[in-house]
Design a protein. Structure first.
Length: 640
């Protein structure tokens, strides 16, 4: 169960910081400049202790329009809003903008707090309440309780706390926990004797002392040396909490606000994201390639927003956009952000991330837009298929499916995909001594399997046409020419599947189509017999290929000779020497018989056994060494 975060919102000088101090006893204005100017500039942090003893983090945001990016950095992590409106001023521009931003970020709960009640009469308060009902009639604020407070009246503060307890109880059971730990950094500093500390509100997951986490987008790994929550040392912390992490091997200047720390070491870093965009109101007009400020989490990144469709951007509709960013960003599908105009600065709408690594496409590309429609509103099966289709891998384990899909994959969804022949399930087995010792369950999109099958059929088929006397293409050559970008491990698995499905055969590391057979013509058979007869006459004496060619003068001699080697009828020795297979087997048997009896053999002894020359015997022995049948020790050989 994730914890809750309370956030403030409202116009400058409406009493947000004073209210937090009255509720918690903590002054969140800690910067000297804040004290001097009497206004909140950066985010402030405190905690509220509930009646049951639970501590809930509070983020106090600045109210001035110049610090909206700081306000969004704080609002991105909140669940419960205290929207503060001063009775003397009433609703002001930043009141409206803060409410709009919080609504865009998904905040739905909170309290409307009317501060400075002691400065106004009943008529003025009634007027403000009426204004609130009118201004926010279509907002989540229309359903929130309104509480009047005065910093000079402690009873009003106590009444506010009672209402907070009641409203927080309603919210407590609606929070869900996510898997991987993510924290958006909002502060970084050094503590003497401890090192660098980063703080933020945990977006999801759980972090523990000793965990290895990654700093994004930099990509460096660090150990969590310590964790604090509101100044208290803890061994672990779950999502929704204010969190301070003491990290090893990190300098202050290595990290900045907006960076992400996570125990997921494979998050994608991108400068191009696909999103849905919803304008703030029906008066917002968006031009293609508009320069914007993207406020996501605690970061603000400049980018250009490309409209993927030729249609005009419509209010209350998910418009598909692609944002080209000037800096790296780390987000997940479903993350929500705020879009502000670059200049003049004003909030113009919200985005929800669909694709964290968008492809560079032309505006109006229907196929691409259709894919985004599936991601945005398609059913789970459509989304899963599209996710697998867009990934660089071909084969997926069950864990791969869940990691890519970013949610738990239901068995019934997989079964539907299998039943509809959208997905193919393959079981690969590893055997030892005719016993299965390991099985691996893999999945591949049916369309992708058909594509790979056709690809291999066409490629190897053409190879056979161009090399009709070859046994097949070398496995390594097939990998290099057709699957250069595929990892070797995945290539081997794909090849194993093609073997299992009887698409190809594999003989001595040569890949051939299952139905392929080498059929020699009448003339080729004649040349084959002539070549074999020449080697037969030589018996145990290795012969060089060029000397055989002098006796068999045919144009395609080399092709037929290579065919005989690949078929195993001739054995290749060193330096272009060859021998007939039958004689080579006899040579091997005689050698082994002698060594089993005598344990070692010299070159002279072996040449006497075969009745051949010293040079010929040496060629054979070196071949046995290369095959690990024998090994040389001083001037003799022994069985290896």
């Amino acid at each position: 169960m994730k914890s809750l975060i309370i956030g403030t919102g409202g116009h400058i000088d409406h009493g947000k910081t004073t209210l937090i101090k009255k509720i918690t006893g903590i002054d969140t204005d800690t910067l000297p400049e804040e004290a001097k100017r009497g206004m909140t500039i950066n985010l402030g942090f405190a905690y509220y202790t509930r009646e049951n003893g639970e501590r809930i983090g509070i983020i106090d945001v600045p109210g001035h329009e110049k610090f909206i990016k700081n306000m969004v950095a704080g609002a991105s992590g909140i669940d419960f809003l205290l929207i503060v409106i001063a009775c003397d001023d009433g609703i002001m521009p930043q009141t409206i903008e803060h409410v709009n931003i919080c609504e865009m970020l998904g905040v739905k709960s909170g309290i409307i707090v009317l501060t400075k009640r002691d400065l106004c009469d009943e008529h003025r308060v009634t007027e403000i309440k009426s204004d609130i009902l009118v201004e926010f009639k279509d907002s989540f604020l229309s359903k929130l309780p309104i509480v009047e407070v005065s910093e000079k009246n402690s009873e009003t503060i106590e009444n506010l706390k009672k209402v907070m307890e009641k409203e927080l109880d309603k919210l407590q059971n609606n929070q869900k926990e996510e898997n991987s730990f993510r924290l958006a950094v909002d502060r970084v500093f050094t503590v003497k004797g401890f090192g660098t500390v980063v703080t933020g509100t945990t977006i999801s997951g759980r972090v523990s002392v000793g965990d290895t986490i990654k700093l994004y987008p930099k990509g460096t790994l660090h150990k969590v040396k310590g964790i604090q929550n509101h100044g208290i040392n803890v061994q672990f912390l779950e999502s929704g909490n204010r969190c301070a992490l003491n990290l090893s091997g990190l300098e202050c200047n290595d990290v900045k606000r907006g960076n992400i720390v996570s125990n997921d070491l494979e998050l994608k870093v991108s400068k191009r994201i696909d999103c849905t965009f919803v304008p703030l109101n029906d008066k917002i007009e968006i031009k293609n390639n508009l320069r914007v400020r993207v406020l996501m989490g605690t970061s603000e990144i400049i980018g250009r927003m490309k409209l993927l469709s030729f249609e005009e951007v419509k209010y209350k509709k998910n418009n598909f956009v692609q944002i080209e960013l000037e800096e790296d960003i780390v987000v997940l599908s479903g993350d929500i952000g705020v879009i502000r105009n670059y200049s003049p600065m004003s909030t113009i709408g919200k985005i929800e991330v669909l694709n964290v690594s968008g492809e560079k496409v032309k505006r109006g590309t229907e196929e691409y837009i259709n894919e985004l429609e599936i991601i945005s509103g398609g059913d789970n099966i459509e989304k899963l298929i599209l996710t697998l289709k867009n990934d660089k891998k071909l084969l997926f384990s069950f864990n791969d499916l869940e990691k890519l899909y970013e949610k738990k994959v239901e068995v019934k969804e997989l079964e539907m995909l299998l039943d509809k022949e959208k997905l193919k399930k393959i079981i690969l087995s590893t055997s030892e001594n005719s016993k299965i010792v390991e099985t691996e369950l893999l999945y591949i999109l049916n369309s992708e399997f058909e594509h790979q099958k056709n690809l291999v059929n066409e490629f190897v088929g053409k190879f056979h046409q161009m090399n009709r006397l070859k046994s097949g293409i070398k496995k390594s050559e097939l990998k290099e020419k057709l699957y250069k970008k595929l990892e070797l491990k995945e290539f081997n698995k794909l090849l194993e599947i093609l073997l299992k499905e009887e698409i190809v055969r594999l003989d001595n590391n040569y890949v051939t189509l299952s139905e392929f057979k080498i059929i020699l013509t009448k003339d080729e058979k004649k040349i084959k017999d002539e070549i074999l007869n020449q080697y037969k006459e030589k018996q145990f004496i290795p012969e060089k290929i060029e000397r055989i060619q002098e006796k068999v003068e045919e144009n395609n001699f080399k092709e037929i000779h290579k065919y005989l080697v690949e078929r195993g009828l001739l054995i290749a020795l060193g330096n272009d020497y060859h021998i007939m297979r039958g004689f080579f087997v006899t040579c091997t048997d005689k050698l082994k018989e002698y060594l089993l009896e005598k344990e070692k053999i010299t070159l002279s002894e072996y040449k006497e056994i075969l009745n051949i020359g010293r040079k010929d015997a040496l060629i054979l022995l070196e071949k046995f060494d290369s095959l690990n049948i024998t090994k040389r020790v001083d001037n003799y050989r022994v069985l290896n």
